[in-house]
Design a protein. Structure first.
Length: 436
């Protein structure tokens, strides 16, 4: 009702202002140029005179809000961001600026609620999510409490090839021809939980302690030997400056397969993020992980895992982004003589995400990868090499403030020089996401 009354009040002003001389367009262009050059005092001076001529221009109001924020005119900034919210309710960047402005106005509860609304968006880039978490840590520190939020997915899915059955019905080895693995499809339920706690532990040094717990369970209708239970705990320390973000992560993972205690891992991940511009960011991380298997039959799968990743992200609009990823992997066996442990792998992938409106969003992910093993297989009399690709499409719809419906479909295909390891599979998943 408040928004409707505001628009009703401003409508006559807008009609009169729309008849102002078109010469003001040149001043608008000058103001935008000054804004892009970060001359916020000058851009604020011009935009504060022009905004009545373009009340329905979401970009102008956003530029005004940002200029006002940077020059300490927080009430003006909030009013501008509220106009953008009415004109473009799917603008994620504007929601972030509103939350920051609430904080500067000491409206801490409003700031916390707005930040949590942003976190409920599944299309939020991971690095932006971390920055929002850091802001929330500051908000809750002022309120003398820590910040915790959780997200839960309950899904129903169909998997066409649960057992990674072979593409071909037969394959050749040195002693003759053997039948391939026949693919088996099945229905399943899965549950994913994500719980994050942030605590600002520094007065001036900006250090934040993050505790992150993930739990995952998948139960198939018939093929229960492929049921999965997984838990990951990753505490980390974060430090943020204007253009830099440092994070040091420790990881502990536990995997149960078919109800059997299957694998444990320990990992260390230093991560670094650099902002080239307001929209272009680079992210790099190195990961060391020790994998140990709990069952005697898999003990010689134990390996040291090394990973180096570089990610380049471009924020295309306040509601969309594209990200390219390059990842190099290597695993080295700890014991035994298996030929399927030591390998080198590369992955090239891209993500495009768009929050089309406050209600609908979508994401497309594509990846190409190659894996090359080190040891020659005596069974196939060759060194194994695989190439594969993965395509994933996801759509989500907001049902209520903290409840969303999502539908995801993916196709995964691998071609190997050892035919038994070639496979194709697709899954389709639909479910609900709840955040609080």
């Amino acid at each position: 009702m408040k928004k409707i009354l505001l628009l009703f009040f401003l409508l006559p002003v807008y009609i009169l202002a729309s008849e102002v001389s078109p010469d003001l367009e040149s001043e608008y262009s000058e103001a935008v140029q000054l804004y892009n050059e970060k001359e916020f005092s000058q851009s604020y001076e011009l935009l504060s005179k022009l905004y009545l001529t373009k009340l329905s221009d979401a970009k102008l109001n956003f530029y005004l809000g940002r200029s006002a924020y940077e020059t300490g005119h927080y009430e003006v900034a909030l009013a501008a961001f509220e106009r953008v919210e009415m004109l473009d309710s799917g603008n994620v960047r504007n929601k972030l600026e509103m939350a920051r402005t609430y904080f500067m106005l000491k409206m801490y509860e409003d700031s916390e609620l707005k930040f949590k609304e942003i976190l409920a968006n599944p299309n939020l880039p991971q690095n932006v999510r971390i920055n929002v978490e850091l802001f929330l840590a500051k908000v809750t520190k002022v309120q003398e409490k820590s910040f915790t939020y959780a997200s839960f997915d309950l899904d129903f899915l169909y998997d066409s090839n649960v057992n990674f059955g072979s593409l071909d019905s037969k394959y050749n080895i040195g002693i003759g021809t053997l039948p391939g693995r026949k693919s088996q499809g099945d229905l399943a339920f899965q549950l994913f939980g994500d719980i994050v706690n942030m605590y600002d532990i520094g007065d001036r040094n900006g250090l934040v302690l993050k505790n992150h717990l993930k739990v995952y369970a998948k139960a198939y209708s018939k093929l229960d030997t492929y049921n999965i239970q997984y838990m990951s705990y990753t505490p980390s320390l974060l430090y943020k400056e204007t253009k830099y973000l440092y994070e040091f992560v420790l990881g502990l993972d536990s995997l149960y397969l078919g109800g059997i205690d299957y694998m444990r891992t320990l990992s260390v991940v230093p991560r670094f993020e650099y902002s080239h511009t307001n929209s272009l960011k680079s992210m790099i991380h190195f990961k060391y992980q020790n994998k140990s298997y709990k069952q005697a039959a898999q003990a010689d799968l134990a390996a040291n895992h090394y990973e180096l990743a570089y990610l380049l992200q471009d924020i295309l609009t306040p509601s969309s982004y594209i990200q390219g990823n390059t990842i190099l992997l290597q695993e080295k066996k700890i014991q035994g003589s298996r030929d399927d442990v030591d390998y080198f792998e590369y992955r090239f992938s891209a993500i495009y995400s768009n929050q089309f409106s406050s209600k609908y969003g979508a994401e497309i992910f594509g990846e190409y990868r190659g894996r090359y093993y080190s040891d020659k297989s005596t069974l196939f009399n060759s060194v194994r090499s695989d190439q594969g690709f993965l395509i994933v499409g996801t759509m989500n719809m907001k049902i209520k403030k903290h409840l969303r419906l999502h539908i995801k479909s993916d196709y995964n295909r691998v071609q190997s020089n050892q035919a038994i390891f070639s496979y194709g599979k697709f899954t389709i998943t639909t479910g609900l996401n709840l955040t609080f």
